[in-house]
Ligand binder design. Structure first.
Ligand SMILES: [Zn+2]
Length: 230
């Protein structure tokens, strides 16, 4: 790791994405923190134009700073979508400074927005790991989890309602079946009682007739007649 003068308000340290630059002293909003520097590349020179790395800082159509050199401590500064610093570009002077756009506290990681081109080329394909994007992702994940739970609860309530409805249906069906059975039994009983009453009255009548026939029939009279004649 490169040596940094203790007078400087920053140090290189571990960040969630590798290495980063961290404040060691309070840095006031508007302060120049560090210069982003390296050899100037001239796009008109084939050799310069062929250089390709992640630390190229384009100043103008013609001039680009190659910040990949070891001495360029500013190359440790990571990108953030909601940064606490910015790149202050001076194309005429062919210089870039990183300047605080917020008050930065000791321990805070120093970040600036690398710009749309860098973001599209290097960060979007792998997913930006800056605090703001991580927060967004975390929020989205939490929302997705909550939505899943909500849907699950909804499904459960629906299933419970369905089960309850089916139980009620079964109950109603059973009640109807019981009622029908009772009705059928009542009808059968009624028929049996009716038939018994009728039979009794008929029997009674017949009996009376028979008895009256025996007591008042012509048989004995005729028998007496027969014995009398014999
Ligand atoms: Zn981001």
């Amino acid at each position: 790791m490169p040596a940094i003068s203790p007078n400087k308000p920053y140090r290189v340290g571990r960040s969630p994405t590798g290495l980063g630059l961290f404040a060691t002293k309070p840095i006031k909003k508007g302060t120049k923190i560090i210069r982003y520097f390296g050899p100037l590349l001239d796009s008109k020179k084939k050799k310069d134009d062929a250089i390709e790395n992640k630390y190229l800082f384009e100043l103008t159509n013609r001039w680009t700073i190659d910040g990949s050199v070891r001495e360029n401590i500013a190359r440790y500064i990571n990108h953030a979508c909601k940064p606490n610093a910015e790149s202050d570009v001076r194309p005429r002077k062919r210089k870039v400074f990183i300047r605080a756009i917020k008050n930065i506290e000791p321990g805070d990681e120093i970040n600036y927005d690398y710009g749309t081109d860098y973001f599209k080329a290097y960060l979007k394909p792998i997913g930006c790991k800056c605090v703001a994007c991580e927060k967004k992702r975390k929020k989205k994940r939490a929302e997705a989890r909550a939505e899943k739970l909500r849907l699950k609860a909804k499904e459960k309530a629906k299933a419970e309602r369905k089960a309850l409805k089916e139980a009620e249906k079964r109950k109603a069906k059973a009640a109807r079946a019981r009622k029908a059975k009772e009705k059928a039994a009542q009808k059968l009983n009624g028929k049996a009682n009716g038939a018994g009453l009728n039979g009794h009255s008929l029997n009674g009548h017949a009996g009376k007739t028979a008895r009256s026939g025996i007591s008042t029939g012509p048989g004995p009279t005729r028998a007496r007649d027969i014995s009398a004649s014999a």
